[in-house]
Ligand binder design. Structure first.
Ligand code: SF4
Length: 449
């Protein structure tokens, strides 16, 4: 099939580097996690497995990377399946090449940790600044849920990372129905005791094709959030559950990295950031980025009923140490509003994932008083299971939902806005269909944002 030609994959690699500073090294992995999303795709999905990147490819890709942002390794990029970076036979050589080309840029690596040993950590320290995201997942049952025959290496790596002076964060894919709640709590406490700066706990998604053991009871996410909230009052490291359950746009601090500038300034978990240098914070994301980009920002932060002025001593662009859940970026709301105005649309319909629809509605209502926006949640029927994300919506999901909506309406919208993340750089969904079909089927102008 034409789209499976290597040059198409190569284009995606370059796009990931230029657009997101992601450097896909390989799709190969040394373990086989029961929750791995790479194993659950319905047939027909365009997801590509990348052989270990070659030296010539690396040289070309490096020229596209933005030295001001971290170079991200080990995260999935568009349609390229992520693998374990340390399985790459030339990992040290490649990392040294990146360091030479970008001497001051942080290299951010996500790893399952079972190939990390003292030698690797010493090397990583020698090419600082490096930030490691260690996916430990389970302290006691990695072998069972990840098929990891070197589990003890990953557990030992957590203890060693701090000793080698590396910045690092822990992560856990929560599978309490397989590992038990005690293992989950022990895993989080262990990462905390080893000095993880933050710990992210992921609720795994499963598709309609996932194996039976991956399917957890519907009550699990709520129980997980409660368990993590209880633990968060005891751990030094801020804990976050992803995806978060957002019910408002209050810029509430989820946690503060110990000894960071925000910590030293006295900001704590549960504080609400009202203003930054006098400017009202629209959302958590807005507050976070205003603080990040500003030198010595002055915050009005509320702690219970009391609001205090607090100065965070830091450089512009430097991390403050604040950890905030992801709600919505103000610039997205501004862009939606601008496009709607530019198109003179009095009735704009936005199609969003089931997960994002409520937040988007809240944000549009907060920002706009006089324009009519309707947000329609689109179920991920093609992927099914527990999936509720825009990145896995396909054209049929969108066409069916929009068709049903229009059947029950007397007036046709002037404009339909689709989520950009459902489409590749060429405008095609995961099954290869272009979004412009929507314009032809419904005869309504479409924008992708
Ligand atoms: S470590 Fe990551 S890439 Fe490897 S099997 Fe697990 S989830 Fe998949």
């Amino acid at each position: 099939m034409k789209n499976n030609l290597p040059n198409n994959v190569e284009r995606l690699i370059y796009w990931a580097a230029g657009h997101s500073n992601i450097l896909p090294l390989t799709s190969q992995c040394n373990v086989k996690c029961v929750f791995c999303s790479n194993l659950q795709n319905p047939p027909g999905v365009e997801a590509f497995n990348l052989k270990p990147l070659k030296t010539e490819q690396l040289s070309n890709i490096i020229t596209l990377l933005d030295p001001r942002k971290p170079v991200v390794i080990g995260e999935s990029a568009t349609r390229i399946n992520e693998g374990e970076p340390f399985t790459h036979p030339k990992i040290k050589e490649f990392l040294s090449t990146i360091r030479q080309a970008l001497p001051h840029t942080t290299i951010q690596i996500t790893t399952n940790g079972s190939l990390l040993d003292a030698g690797q950590l010493e090397f990583l320290h020698s090419i600082s600044p490096v930030t490691i995201y260690l996916s430990l997942n389970s302290l006691n049952l990695r072998r069972q849920i990840m098929g990891d025959l070197r589990s003890e290496n990953a557990v030992a790596a957590a203890a060693l990372l701090g000793q080698y002076g590396l910045n690092w964060h822990g992560s856990v894919v929560a599978m309490p129905h397989l590992t038990g709640w005690e293992d989950l709590k022990e895993t989080i406490s262990y990462l905390d005791s080893c000095g993880a700066q933050t710990i992210r706990i992921f609720i795994p998604g499963f598709t309609r094709l996932a194996q039976a053991q991956l399917r957890y009871p519907g009550t699990m996410p709520e129980q997980l959030r409660q368990t993590v909230a209880e633990l968060a009052s005891k751990t030094k490291a801020p804990l976050t559950v992803e995806p978060p359950l957002i019910t408002d746009l209050q810029p509430e601090v989820a946690g503060v990295i110990p000894n960071s500038p925000a910590f030293t300034a006295g900001i704590r978990r549960g504080n609400i950031i009202q203003t930054v240098n006098g400017k009202e914070a629209f959302s958590r994301v807005h507050a976070f980025y205003m603080v990040k980009k500003t030198a010595n920002p002055i915050l009005l932060a509320r702690n219970g009923a009391k609001a205090n002025k607090v100065v965070i001593n830091k450089a512009a662009g430097e991390s403050s140490g604040l950890v905030m859940e992801y709600d919505i970026d103000l610039s997205l709301i501004e862009d939606i509003t601008q496009i709607s105005l530019r198109r003179s649309a009095a009735n704009t319909v936005l199609l969003a994932s089931e997960m994002a629809a409520k937040v988007l509605t809240m944000a549009l209502n907060k920002y706009n008083n006089d324009q009519l926006f309707t947000v329609i949640p689109v179920p991920n029927l093609f992927f099914g299971g527990s999936i509720k994300t825009a990145g896995l919506l396909v054209m049929d999901d969108i066409i069916n939902t929009l068709g049903d909506y229009l059947k029950n309406k007397y007036s046709t919208p002037d404009l339909v806005i689709l989520p950009q993340i459902a489409f590749d750089p060429g405008g095609r969904d995961l099954l290869g269909r272009h979004w412009s079909e929507i314009e032809s089927i419904f005869s309504i102008p479409v924008e992708v944002l």
